[in-house]
Ligand binder design. Sequence first.
Ligand code: NM2
Ligand code: OGA
Ligand code: ZN
Ligand code: ZN
Length: 410
Amino acid sequence: MLKRILPATFQLRKGVVASSSINSRKISTFLDSEKRRLVIDTELNSVKEEFPWVWLRDNCQCSSCYEPLAQSRIVNLSEFDQKVKPVKCQVTGGQVEVEWEDKHHSVYDYSWLLERSFRPEQREKFSESVCAKTVLWPANFQENYPTADFNSIMTDDSALLSWLEDLDKHGFVLVRNVPIKQGPVHELQARSGFRRLTHYGEDYVVKIKADPSNLAYTHHRIFFHTDSPFYEHMPGVAYLHCIEQHQGEGGETMLADGFKAAAILKETHPEKYRLLSSESAYFKDIGDDYIKFNSIAQHPPLVHNARGELVKINWNHFTRDSYFDVDIDQVEEFYTAMRCYDDILNDAANHIKLKMEPGDMVTTKNLRVLHGRSELKGGVSGRHLHCGYVDWDEIRSTLRVIREKLKENN
Ligand code: NM2
Ligand code: OGA
Ligand code: ZN
Ligand code: ZN
């Protein structure tokens, strides 16, 4: 059952399980009727493990409750009494057996239970295995940003893993030595997940176009932004492959760590941070490209998850709508807060700048890192990027698949 890399403390415990200590009853269990929990007490570790009865019953692994091939629960919440009580429990041969008052019988691997410990430290470890802790860009990021080699990513699973881990940790990796033609974006999308379709198509070309459907297709500068906040579900990673660069001045890529800028805002202007987290703007995109589109979504600029962690930035002045669903008394404060965050992004200490060369590909986690482009001076340009997106869920999934694959091969 146990497939993940286990934290050190856990391996110790697994060792205990594998030994005869369970059979020699060094591990005791008891039923705490007041708290309605199964308590497991090991002699070797003073820490008690406690499991709520309702959770144990909900996670019974027997064939009437769980389908192992589909790894799915097959009993509905309505199909067991949430107040059901165990009448007996015992630990034998690495397993914890529970007999319930309704005659149901459950068996859990001891190690399986410990992995799912409710202790905050264990929950934190699991949470970090689901999503890497963000590493904010250090002051010298301009000189030290992560890079990856296209060919290595395509042919070597450890190189693929490093690229995706860097993307997970830092939100930006410059991929180098990419063949200078349209195509490699598709190869990298397929290697890391699959294409995310948007109303600009399953890929898109950034060039100066005669009939631009987006500001990106003009010579104008594009200030710091995350792509497509006009969607409820924005694309997770943007792949921007340079096939031809602007010959004159401009066309540089600017990148800013939106989470770092937010941390600075929180520290220096907590009220403004709160406002950008609790009030929303509309973002809209109307036009005709891959399909005729009229997209509109409402988001706070700073989005947090149920753990209170910042998880997503919605920042795009060129698609921010003029409709504004904020109490009229808060409008000025909202603008001041936006301006303050934007100033932090624009502070040279908080962003990096690079002018891609043909064969470079910017890969950027769109939920966290803001990108921009300086004006294509002169207005006429052969600059040509081939671009695409992959959803962040697919990147996280591929990360885990490749980790497992590399572990199995070792
Ligand atoms: N493009 C480049 O949010 C945006 O408008 C970003 C998206 C047109 C696919 C640009
Ligand atoms: C975009 C974009 C940057 C560039 O296409 O979304 O931001 O360098 N382009 O042209
Ligand atoms: Zn069962
Ligand atoms: Zn963009």
